[in-house]
Design a protein around this ligand. Structure first.
Ligand SMILES: Nc1nc2c(ncn2[C@@H]2O[C@H](COP(=O)(O)OP(=O)(O)O)[C@@H](O)[C@H]2O)c(=O)[nH]1
Ligand SMILES: [Mg+2]
Length: 512
């Protein structure tokens, strides 16, 4: 692999307003990321800016330049959510300021641990004090005194970015279904609807059929561009522009998620999380703002014990286990902290010893049984409604959709084909988290899927850590069609990884 084709990575700027982020990116790349007339007139960044940074070896990084103004922290979070490394700027003549701290909290919440600090404007002030403050705020980060005006220190900064980038594993090899969090959408005359965002996982290629969540609309990929150049397909970690057929710009929102059909990426109103807070821990019952991907919603915090919290969301997020979240105080706005999603489709529950033990296992990346898994929901059973998962009060479902849910639930591990079901009811259930798409033709009830997951884990544990299609088919006493769909689903969910005929349990990082 030569350096121009090295794994794609995205660099994000961070730092207080007027601390020279945009000027530094311009000096490093030759590109002005302040493109809006209003940004140029006022001399401040409002939207996310994009550029391409060429490193000494020829390797290229995607760059996201974020606004520093306190009113635009939510935009900063949306931009920082897909980045692999940061470039924090601190002005030599100003030192660490409120959004320097706040952006550092956001980066930590998002798990962006690697990056560099540039003490900017070192042509106008002695950088010494700012360098010391930087070492307190981001201990361990390499810090460079630079000037966008004179070019001082830029060579050392580039070399440091090259070193750090070289040590970061890319998400490009991460298998699994495509997942792109939309940050911009526009119309290009002659081409139609274009969306952009950072591809978190999977690949997107010309001709792909994908799904826009949380709505569930199906769209087709007309073409894909990476940095203004057409490509056959884009890989995870890249900033991507996708030309879509089947949707108008008016039907899109920042925060939509473009996902592979048949993936477990589904909207949710409840998430169990492990969180860390910078200065002040919220109280049980507090209403906060939750940011995930390029989406955000208000939520209530329910404490589950230790550092574990259930977030009860007012609007759905499109999250999977392992994803990062940022938690902000609503008034006055401030970033409190954030953390990781452990279970993207939990029950509504309070603290209990069993739950705590389960969350601890999840946080260590160990497989767990779903709480419902002890109760069989296979085709012969008649599970009562009371045992069903609880959902947010906002999810109002039509009686026909509720009836379909019961049908899916009772069908257990052998659900009917989508083509036999009402597509609108199915979409409503999916949106409410009461049906999960498992393949191009099948949806499972979440309880049935939890059962399948638990049985797969148990089967694998009896067989040296892996299962085959034939073994799973026999275990369920079902046909190849269902066993195959489930195995592919769990592979894509990273519960298992495929080597030839064997699907082995992943012991770490694997999401549930
Ligand atoms: N003298 C000097 N001025 C700088 C330097 N970097 C940025 N500036 C100026 O500081 C102001 C704010 O810079 P900008 O890049 O827009 O800051 P941002 O809000 O962090 O993106 C602009 O007037 C820049 O020209 C530098 O290294 N030296
Ligand atoms: Mg700027």
């Amino acid at each position: 692999m030569n350096n121009t084709t090295a794994a794609p990575l995205t660099l994000g700027t961070a730092g207080h307003i007027d601390h020279g982020k945009t000027a530094l990116i311009r000096a490093l790349t030759g590109e002005d990321t302040d493109r809006l007339p209003e940004e140029r007139a006022r001399g401040i960044s409002i939207e996310l800016g994009y550029a391409r940074l060429q490193l000494p070896s020829g390797r290229q990084l995607s760059v996201i330049d974020v606004p520093g103004h306190e009113r635009f922290v939510r935009t900063m979070v949306a931009g920082a959510t897909g980045i692999d490394l940061y470039l924090m700027t601190i002005a030599a003549d100003d030192g660490v300021m409120p959004q320097t701290r706040e952006h550092a909290v956001v980066l930590r919440a998002l798990g962006v641990a690697r990056g560099v600090v540039a003490v900017t404007k070192s042509d106008v002030a002695d950088p010494e004090v700012a360098i010391i403050e930087a070492s307190e705020l981001l201990p361990g980060a390499e810090t460079f005194a630079v000037s966008a005006r004179t070019g001082h220190g830029l060579e050392e900064l580039r070399a440091a970015l090259e070193r750090i980038a070289g040590a970061i594993p890319s998400r490009a090899e991460a298998p699994g279904p495509a997942r792109l969090h939309v940050d911009r959408m526009f119309t290009i005359r002659g081409a139609g609807t274009v969306i952009t965002g950072t591809l978190w996982a999977g690949r997107i290629a010309h001709g792909d059929e994908l799904e826009l969540l949380p709505g569930g609309r199906h769209v087709r990929v007309r073409s894909v561009q990476v940095h203004d150049r057409p490509v056959e397909g884009a890989a995870a970690g890249q900033r991507v522009a996708v030309n879509l057929a089947g949707v108008a710009v008016a039907d899109l929102n920042r925060g939509d998620v473009l996902a592979g059909i048949g993936s477990d990426v589904q909207p949710t109103y409840l998430v169990d999380t492990q969180l860390e807070f910078a200065d002040r821990e919220p109280d049980h019952g507090d209403r906060v703002q939750v940011h995930h991907g390029t989406r955000e919603t208000a939520a209530r915090m329910a404490w589950l014990g230790g550092s574990y919290w259930q977030l009860r969301l007012e609007r759905p997020l499109v999250a999977v286990a392992g994803d990062r979240l940022v938690i902000r105080q609503i008034a006055p706005p401030d970033t409190l902290g954030g953390g990781i999603v452990l279970d993207a489709h939990p029950k509504k529950h309070g603290p209990s010893r069993e739950l705590l033990a389960r969350l601890e296992r999840l946080s260590r990346g160990e497989p767990v049984e779903h709480p419902q898994s002890s109760k069989s929901t296979s085709a012969g059973d008649q599970p009562g409604v009371r045992g069903s998962r609880q959902h947010a009060p906002h999810a109002r479902l039509a009686p026909s959709a509720l009836a379909l849910e019961q049908r899916l639930k009772q069908a257990g591990l052998e659900p009917p084909l989508d083509s036999e079901l009402d597509a609108n009811d199915l979409a409503a259930l999916r949106e409410a988290g009461r049906a999960v798409r498992v393949s191009k033709t099948l949806h499972y009830h979440p309880d049935a899927l939890a059962e399948a997951r638990a049985r797969l884990i148990a089967l694998a544990e009896r067989n040296g850590g892996s299962v085959t299609l034939a073994a799973l088919r026999d275990e369920h006493g079902t046909t190849r069609k269902f066993a195959q769909a489930l195995l592919e689903h769990f592979d894509s969910e990273k519960l298992t990884i495929r080597h030839g005929d064997a699907h082995s349990l992943r012991r770490s990082g694997g999401a549930l």
